[in-house]
Design a protein around this ligand. Structure first.
Ligand code: TNX
Length: 603
């Protein structure tokens, strides 16, 4: 071969390689386990057909396929879904291949095929006309991948719960933790105890503003509602059609004021006061009495109605933040402590949880509890949700209990993403996207053996300060993307740069196109800080596809008629002066990021 021919071939190879790398992440969140790019593209600009092989007439998958704009059910060729029980992948895994013959999704379960379809959908979201030839092998890192929603503090319509479930499925999360009972409202219909919802479902008013503001103000408006059992069934069935398990939470013994407002006899003492569902936030002293048999009878009755609605193996029974104040002076609780030879009120809480566990185990269910259930002795089969940091999770794993990691400092999406004063009212605290992404649910403190007890990870959305579906979206996007990736993607494949600069950018671009609310990230690389120098040249990147960065250097809030960022922000500052650079992202739909202020100083 002539030298020039070799050179041309060589250049071509380099080009192909670069092209393949450029596509390497394909915009998929969570990043798959393995992607191999091949040369060529499969054209999908015309609709393609779909064919099931080996599936026993899967209604779920069929219905799902039917809704995809890519698919024409009248056609046959194009996409093949093959059920292959011998596939050596984890239960939820799949293989997706695209060749000139078409697209094949191979899996050993329906669930796996469903996740293969989510991947396909995400690839198509980036390009509607062509899919590169490729081979993907994929399966989850953790079996439990959850997102929680508190409907006690504020309620959200069934239609929105379904949207939430769709979003979970699209990001390959498989558990929706539905927090159904709270001090501020009991949200699930229980036929035997109708007052739980007619009385306990409503509060007289709601706190306006932050809990610690003085003086406190209230909105003077009755607030409430609940889900009927029919609605619950509808949600659970909808979730199941997206391969999502709904884990209900019925809180005990604390966070029970709404229940006590309906049935005050379940509180401590002979003649308990009357109660009202709480209308501000926090932890309240009045809790279920652990001494009265009546309390257990009530909770078992409630669970008897809850269990048939939720096929989930796990039932969450709360267990967090239960003050022992009332128990200390309650004759019934004290009698129980003596009779059961308990050391103190912590052991009484443990008695409470263990007794409920026994009841649920007998019915074939397992309990999950917040990490407080470790205090006073953990129930023998309980799974622990570690929320006060990771200590509880580590302790539980060392005791050979299953653990779901949901630590506040990393995975509480009710905390705000930045410290900017432009952030909306939140519960406080600060959990930026990068912090969520940095979280590894398996703590270094555990041995290999103990690590096996970490069955998964979850983010929580408490809604004291979240009143509308729109604000839920603001709080979860884009942090849910990071949750998805830490829950699914192998540790070794995590790649913050590709995630934050490519994939988040395109997924937020899609939300923007749909006109949905989400939190617009600040210009990538822009920092609230002071820089010292004379000639500044700052490079930023756009965090949302199609968006632009605008800036001012006179300290004013930037608008879209100000300087538009192109290659760099170039500013020269005379000796002894400073310039206040403010930058903002504005998206195609007109959404704005918070403003970043960078002081440029020439000393
Ligand atoms: C603690 S997390 C709680 C919730 C609050 C939340 C606010 C947990 C088990 N209990 O009741 O809503 O903090 O971040």
């Amino acid at each position: 071969m002539k030298k020039t021919t070799i050179l041309i071939w060589g250049m071509l190879l380099v080009f192909i390689q670069l092209k393949a790398q450029e596509n390497a992440s394909l915009g998929i969140i969570p990043a798959p386990v393995k992607i191999k790019m091949n040369i060529g593209n499969y054209n999908v600009s015309n609709k393609i057909g779909a064919e099931f092989i080996g599936f026993n007439n899967s209604e779920n998958l069929n219905n799902f396929l039917r809704q995809l704009p890519l698919i024409d059910v009248q056609k046959k060729n194009g996409l093949k879904l093959i059920l292959d029980k011998s596939l050596p992948l984890k239960e939820e895994g799949y293989r997706l291949t695209v060749t000139k013959e078409g697209i094949i999704i191979r899996s050993s379960t329906e669930r796996g095929a469903f996740y293969g379809l989510q991947t396909l959908l995400q690839i198509l979201n980036a390009d509607q006309t062509e899919i590169p030839f490729l081979e993907i092998e994929d399966y989850p890192r953790f079996a439990y991948r959850g997102l929680h929603l508190d409907v006690g503090r504020h309620m959200f319509p069934v239609s929105f719960i379904k949207e939430y479930i769709d979003m979970l499925a699209y990001y390959k999360l498989n558990t929706f933790h539905w927090h159904l009972t709270e001090d501020q409202g009991w949200r699930i219909e229980i036929k035997k105890y109708p007052k739980l919802t007619t009385i306990g479902g409503f509060r007289d008013q709601t706190l306006i503003g932050y809990l610690r503001n003085k003086p406190k103000q209230y909105d003077n408006e009755r607030y409430g509602g609940f889900y009927t059992q029919e609605e619950v069934k509808e949600v659970v069935a909808y979730a199941a059609s997206k391969y999502i398990t709904v884990v209900p939470e019925i809180e005990m013994p604390g966070h029970a004021l709404a229940a006590l407002s309906a049935y005050p006899e379940l509180a401590c003492g002979k003649n308990p006061a009357s109660f009202k569902a709480a209308y501000e936030w926090g932890v309240f002293d009045d809790v279920f009495c652990a001494g009265k048999e009546q309390t257990f009878k009530f909770l078992q009755d409630v669970l008897d109605e809850v269990l048939p609605l939720f096929p989930s193996e796990y039932i969450h029974i709360g267990g967090d933040e239960c003050p022992k104040t009332k128990w200390k002076t309650c004759e019934f609780c004290q009698k129980r402590i003596k009779k059961e030879k308990l050391k103190d009120e912590h052991e009484l809480q443990s008695y409470f949880i263990q007794r409920m566990e026994k009841y649920l185990n007998k019915k074939g269910r397992q309990i999950i509890g917040w990490d407080e259930i470790l205090e006073g002795g953990v129930a023998p089969n309980a799974t622990v949700m570690s929320w006060r940091g990771t200590k509880g999770g580590i302790a539980a794993a060392k005791l050979s209990h299953k653990v779901i990691m949901t630590p506040g400092p990393y995975l509480y999406f009710d905390k705000q993403e930045s410290k900017s004063s432009e952030e909306p009212l939140t519960i406080g605290g600060h959990v930026p996207l990068s912090k969520v992404y940095s979280y590894n649910p398996v703590p270094d403190e555990l041995t290999k053996e103990e690590q096996k007890y970490i069955i998964g990870v979850q983010a929580n959305l408490w809604t004291e300060y979240i009143r509308t579906p729109e604000k839920v979206r603001y709080m979860i996007y884009p942090r849910i993307f990071a949750l998805s990736e830490i829950a699914w993607t192998p540790l070794a494949n995590k790649d913050w740069k590709d995630f934050s600069e490519n994939r988040v950018v395109s997924h937020l671009g899609n939300l923007d196109q749909k006109g949905l609310i989400y939190r617009v990230p600040e210009p990538i690389e822009a920092k609230d800080t002071t820089l010292i120098g004379e000639n500044f040249e700052l490079k930023y990147k756009v965090p949302v596809k199609g968006a632009a960065i605008y800036y001012t250097i006179n300290g004013k809030v930037p608008y879209d008629f100000d300087f538009k960022y192109a290659d760099a922000v170039k500013v020269s500052v005379p000796k002894g002066e400073e310039r206040i650079l403010k930058s903002v992202v504005i998206t195609p739909s007109g959404r704005r990021s918070v403003v970043v202020t960078t002081i440029l100083k020439n000393q």
